[in-house]
Write a protein that binds this ligand. Structure first.
Ligand code: AHM
Ligand code: MG
Length: 335
């Protein structure tokens, strides 16, 4: 047997990285791991829905079949409530933050913000989707329900963040502020196994990821950057390669491994960009910075933007440091 290290073992091993670690954060990550396995199992069966009963119909137990994003939301929420380390959650699938009311939850130190199934429109066509999560220590007193201030913390206060990619294989990638580590799911073992320790993103890359269908209403600086990407300058490896899956987690994961930039600027339909600061941009920004990359709204570090509302959107530029700085330069030049 080779030296397989499971996610559970790795988390325990790394627990000493935290001052005053008491195992609560490890247990919390354990609930995320469990929910990810349950969601993974369901996503793998997604193509069978037409055979076993379409969404909106009743299954054999008389329960209504749920859309997978609602299913994922319910599973993550239930797993987080069950282990008593979390006093409440906020989710892209919920209008308001959800407080957990059991006495043990009221005494818990953490809140979790999540996008339970990002890119869910891709499921019907068998394209990768993901879960994104972000963990904060509450600022309200323990023993009481969480408050708005617990959820509206600035990204630089995150204690952990990560994502699960349900792709050709399923992976969980996370950071607690001591590097970024990736684990690949082995279905035969039922375990996430350490496959990518200390992930780092190359400072430069040749991949740019953006929905160019929105080009006409992009800010001029972004248009100029796209032109720059497309120019033929062989000694600078340009033209770059365009790759856009339309699943943030999948586009981000590829760029993290290979080097590249993901851009979602303001568009005609989304004047503030489409992606949500709390559920998508902050966790991905924490991960990319820990991997040596950069994340901004074009002008300001994502992790320093004070949130004003739960479902707030921001323009998002994330990836290899030199590429993000290049687009920032164009945005400054063409305001
Ligand atoms: P969602 O949270 O509603 O799934 O939307 C987020 C997704 C991202 O995964 C993806 O990068 C982006 O929306 C794609 O948007 P578009 O189709 O406008 O390019
Ligand atoms: Mg999303």
């Amino acid at each position: 047997m080779t030296d397989i290290r499971t996610l559970g073992e790795f988390i325990v091993e790394k627990q000493s990285d935290f001052p005053h670690a008491s195992g609560e954060l490890s247990s919390l990550l354990g609930s995320i791991k469990l929910a990810a396995k349950i969601v993974n199992r369901e996503i793998n069966k997604a193509g069978l829905v037409d055979i076993t009963g379409a969404v909106g119909e009743n299954n054999i137990q008389g329960e209504e079949q749920q859309k997978l994003d609602v299913y994922a939301n319910d599973k993550f929420k239930a797993a987080l409530e069950a282990r008593d380390q979390v006093c409440g959650i906020a989710s892209e699938e919920e209008d308001e933050a959800v407080a957990f009311h059991k006495p043990l939850n009221l005494n818990a130190k953490y809140v979790v913000l999540m996008d339970p199934l990002d890119g869910s429109s891709n499921i019907d066509v068998n394209v990768s989707v993901g879960t994104i999560f972000s963990i904060y220590r509450r600022v309200s007193p323990v023993g009481s329900p969480p408050t708005k201030e617990d959820f509206l913390q600035t990204g630089n206060q995150q204690v952990a963040a990560g994502y699960v990619i349900y792709g050709s294989s399923t992976m969980l990638v996370y950071t607690t502020g001591n590097g970024v580590h990736g684990f690949t799911y082995d279905p035969s073992l039922g375990s996430f196994c350490l496959s990518h320790e200390n992930m780092t993103i190359p400072q430069d890359g040749v991949i740019y990821s953006i929905n160019e269908g929105n080009y006409i209403r992009f800010p001029t600086g972004v248009k100029q950057y796209i032109k720059y990407c497309q120019e033929a300058v062989p000694e600078e490896k340009r033209p770059y390669t365009s790759r856009y899956i339309g699943s943030l987690v999948a586009d981000f994961h590829r760029n993290l491994l290979k080097g590249g930039i993901y851009l979602y600027p303001s568009t005609a339909s989304y004047p503030n960009g489409k992606l949500r600061l709390l559920y998508e941009c902050n966790p991905m920004a924490f991960i990319i910075e820990q991997a040596g990359g950069k994340a901004t709204n074009g002008f300001q570090r994502i992790l320093d933007i004070p949130p004003t509302e739960l479902h707030q959107r921001v323009p998002f530029f994330v990836g290899s440091t030199n590429m993000v700085e290049k687009v920032e330069g164009f945005l400054r030049e063409y305001p």
